[in-house]
Design a protein around this ligand. Structure first.
Ligand code: FAD
Length: 316
């Protein structure tokens, strides 16, 4: 198999994908096609995004639930705290734990567009506050969590967080998140491997020991690149923009996007990245192309549990 290197060949590289909750039934059906394809690559987990201010809370919880009950995938639930009070968030965290979620990506979320909307009184301010809240809910519910603690991920920014005064400040924030209980970080998209390498070097020097997983996004069309710029404030590489502008057709765009992503991921791995997190846009095509070309050393896939066997066991 292209994804299963022989054991001991080299250190296994972690693999994860990002999905977003589908907006309607058609999108859901197509997402489940994608989920089955991704499942076959035996990732460590799939992450499920959370709309700003919990706008898609119900669909996010529904997708997490279905992943836990209808797939072999382990979900990582994104959760944002800005605009929510500690009580509201504690309720959501408990709900996630009750459903069986054991990994949370603790995020602040984007600030409201209109500053007049202002911070709600009593709402949390930083991702760090959310990490501390998750650890305290976990403490209260330790009987439920007898199999171990919740894995908490956080965001990191190779191209600097747009509101942050400097990379140095970002590194301080990452260290603060580690001290509050973060177990690993996933990066925002970036287009220059040097930025990833630099962030990790600075972070290690400052005392950050948690893994920093590069988040890479196959950008296969100009539309997608523009949308990404709007959402993240990260400037796409001019060479990639030019190449996509010249793309003859969508298949050519996909080839260009995949090739740029493979180069970036390889460079990040060469810089010591312990894994790759692939932003999928709920489509498996480009993500699997990237994976095929990367040939990551991955643990062999365990023998599949026959899905049909589960209901029989339950009935017995
Ligand atoms: P924080 O770590 O709280 O940082 C926010 C800002 O505050 C930064 O400028 C930081 O420098 C500053 N800061 C933080 N702590 C302190 C402190 N103690 N003192 C002083 N300054 C501080 N958004 C969504 O809405 N839904 C998602 O599902 C989602 N998924 C994401 C997944 C990944 C991998 C990444 C990288 C981002 C994701 N985002 C998502 C976007 C994220 O919410 C935004 O980037 C947001 O602007 C910052 O979130 P954060 O968790 O990094 O915030």
């Amino acid at each position: 198999s292209p994804h299963g290197a022989p054991p001991g060949a080299s250190a296994p590289i972690a693999l994860s994908y990002e999905l977003f909750p589908p907006l309607n039934a058609t999108a859901s059906a197509s997402l489940w096609g994608t989920i089955r394809e991704l499942e076959a690559t035996n990732p460590d987990y799939v992450s499920v995004t959370y709309g700003a201010n919990g706008s898609n809370r119900d669909t996010a919880v529904e997708l997490l639930n279905r992943l836990l009950t209808e797939s072999t995938l382990r979900p990582l639930a994104h959760l944002t705290c800005v605009g929510h009070t500690a009580d509201e968030l504690a309720g959501i965290i408990s709900e996630l734990l009750d459903h069986g979620v054991r990994g949370i990506l603790a995020l602040r979320g984007d600030l409201p567009q209109d500053p007049a909307d202002g911070p709600r009184p009593g709402s949390l301010r930083y991702a760090q506050d959310l990490i501390e809240l998750i650890r305290s809910v976990e403490q209260q519910r330790s009987a439920l969590l007898c199999a171990g603690r919740v894995a908490i991920g956080v965001a990191a920014y190779p191209a600097k967080h747009p509101e942050s005064p400097s990379i140095e400040h970002d590194v301080e924030v990452l260290l603060a998140k580690q001290r509050s209980g973060a177990d690993f970080a996933i990066t925002q998209v970036f287009f220059h491997a040097d930025q990833y390498r630099e962030l990790v070097v600075r972070a290690r020097r400052a005392g950050v020991t948690i893994p920093v997983i590069p988040g890479v996004m196959p950008l296969t069309s100009l539309r997608r690149v523009r949308r990404l710029g709007e959402l993240t404030g990260v400037e796409p590489a001019p060479a990639l923009l030019d190449a996509l502008r010249r793309a003859a057709d969508p298949a050519d765009g996909r080839r260009i996007g995949v090739s740029a992503t493979v180069d970036l991921a390889r460079a990040a791995l060469d810089a010591g990245a312990p894994g790759i997190h692939l932003y999928t846009f709920n489509e498996h095509g480009a993500a699997l192309d990237v994976l095929d070309k990367l040939q990551l050393p991955r643990p062999a896939r365990p023998a599949p549990l026959r899905r049909t066997a589960i209901p029989e066991l339950v009935q017995a």
